[in-house]
Design a protein around this ligand. Sequence first.
Ligand code: HEC
Ligand code: HEC
Length: 302
Amino acid sequence: MHNENYSRLLWATLILALLILFAFQIYINREPTRIQTVRAVDKAANVTAGELLYQQNCASCHGEEGQGEDAPALNNLALLKNTSDETLFDLASNGIPGTEMPAWNQNRGGPFTSEEIRQIVAFIRSWEPTAPDLGPRRMQVDAKRGARIFGATCAFCHGSEGQGGSAPAINDPARLQMFDDQWYAETIAKGRPTQGMPVWGTVLSPQQIGDVVALISAWRQGEQILVGDVGSLLKDATHALEHNELGEAAELLQEAANSAEHEQAEVIEKALAALNAGNTKEATTLVEQAQSMTKEMPATTP
Ligand code: HEC
Ligand code: HEC
């Protein structure tokens, strides 16, 4: 009697344990699907939020469907396939200095939180499955523009002519023959952060890296690319202003300010400030003033 009760209890416990195990198994099997569903819902919400932000802030330059207008197409398989979410995030956050592409992250003086930028990136990413393959962006590379970028960004470590400084020389003819433009473009974009060479792919645009590589390519051919004296930089800046190429104008003025003497440099800085404040007319007047100062000074380059 006693014994019978005991074995009944044992059976009941065993069956209960099996039932719990079974139920848990079902739960375990469904959990990944449940997580996936939650993720898909999150993703869809991000894409929807991102679409609104994109249409209000990016479409004017990049096109409503990302087809490109005044700015390059973003709805492009070649770009989307080769560009990670992190890189898109960095490009949108930091903007592309020296071009019309502004910085959008609040920590760079832009209007958006990191969360909002991630939403915009999610929206851009959602084009990928149907994106047309427009091929790599056609670039008109320009060694002279490259030399200006080099002067402002690389010379500090590599020397003004790439002859080396705190970092190794990159105008060494023998070394230049060993690697092609593709190698240089990749080396510059990826950097070697552990060796002190910064990553430039998130700072400079592909266009700007292309320009720098054009400069390196010119060195390989034994050409010397002169950035130009203050006078010709100001002349080019006036030209850029006339054609409403404001990013280009800002770059030229920055370079001119770096090479100009005190008083003239001050006027150029003022022109640059006016330009950055959106006052193109005032900037043009100040550049003219700076130009008139050049004529009174001896030429700075032979
Ligand atoms: C005032 C015009 C303008 C607006 C507004 C603008 N962009 Fe751009 N953007 C550009 C230009 C110009 C470039 C190309 C710069 C270069 O490399 O010369 C660019 C480049 C980019 C690139 C790199 C593309 C490539 O092929 O290298 C990304 C990504 C990008 N923009 C994202 C955005 C996002 C996201 C927004 C909205 C939050 C936005 N842009 C708003 C002008 C704009
Ligand atoms: C903060 C200093 C610093 C700046 C700024 C810098 N570099 Fe470098 N770069 C280095 C160092 C250090 C190395 C050597 C890394 C190594 O030992 O592998 C290097 C290596 C390179 C190499 C590889 C050279 C070779 O033959 O292996 C290239 C190309 C290069 N830099 C291009 C550039 C360009 C272009 C810029 C500007 C856009 C730039 N660097 C800006 C520090 C810098």
